[in-house]
Design a binder for this molecule. Structure first.
Ligand SMILES: [Zn+2]
Length: 185
């Protein structure tokens, strides 16, 4: 089981999330807290969960990390961001104090063309058996046929590039999806 693991130092240093973007840029070579990726998680989903921890956008996180993470124009495809190159992965892993292999194994690979719609299964999104507090986007949903769940007949939802642009981290995106779902019922 993988869970996000807040570090003891971060917990004692300051109440979350007062660690500001400015401090990330100027003072600390490492990020005080970063959730661990799940095995079948999309890289963009993990990156979006890190951004959510800091209350910033994926674009701001990409800029502050100093690595080339392609989140698309105005962060319109951040969920489908490919796993970046080896040196970028090493830097991200260093910032998060985790083995680079945990990031390297995520999908999608750069060779996969970015989708126009970002499919998901609502029930799988919210029923994360490893950690119910951490919904995440599966890498397998990012293909054109993604999101057709073998477990849940009611799957087949998606968000668009505009939705991603307006909700540029995982917390904001999940809130948006919940709201839309509530409206539709
Ligand atoms: Zn499902």
């Amino acid at each position: 089981m993988r869970r996000s693991r807040p570090s003891a130092t971060a917990a004692s240093r300051s109440p979350w999330p007062s660690w500001s973007l400015r401090r990330m840029r100027t003072h600390s070579p490492l990020w005080p807290i970063a959730p661990r990726p799940f095995d079948d998680e999309a890289f963009g989903s993990w990156f979006g969960r890190v951004a959510a921890k800091y209350g910033i956008s994926v674009l701001e996180l990409a800029q502050s990390s100093g690595v080339g993470v392609d989140v698309g124009e105005d962060a319109s495809t951040w969920l489908g961001a490919a796993v970046p190159g080896a040196s970028a992965v090493r830097r991200l892993a260093h910032l998060c104090r985790m083995p680079a292999a945990e990031l390297r194994r995520l999908g999608p690979k750069p060779s996969v063309a970015p989708a126009k719609r970002f499919h998901y299964c609502y029930r799988c999104l919210y029923l994360n058996p490893a950690d119910v507090t951490a919904p995440y986007w599966k890498a397998g949903w990012l293909s054109e046929s993604g999101g057709r769940c073998s477990l849940h007949a009611s799957s087949g939802s998606w968000v668009t590039a505009n939705d991603l642009k307006s909700h540029p981290n995982m917390r904001r995106l999940l809130r948006f999806i919940s709201r839309e779902r509530y409206r539709a019922e």
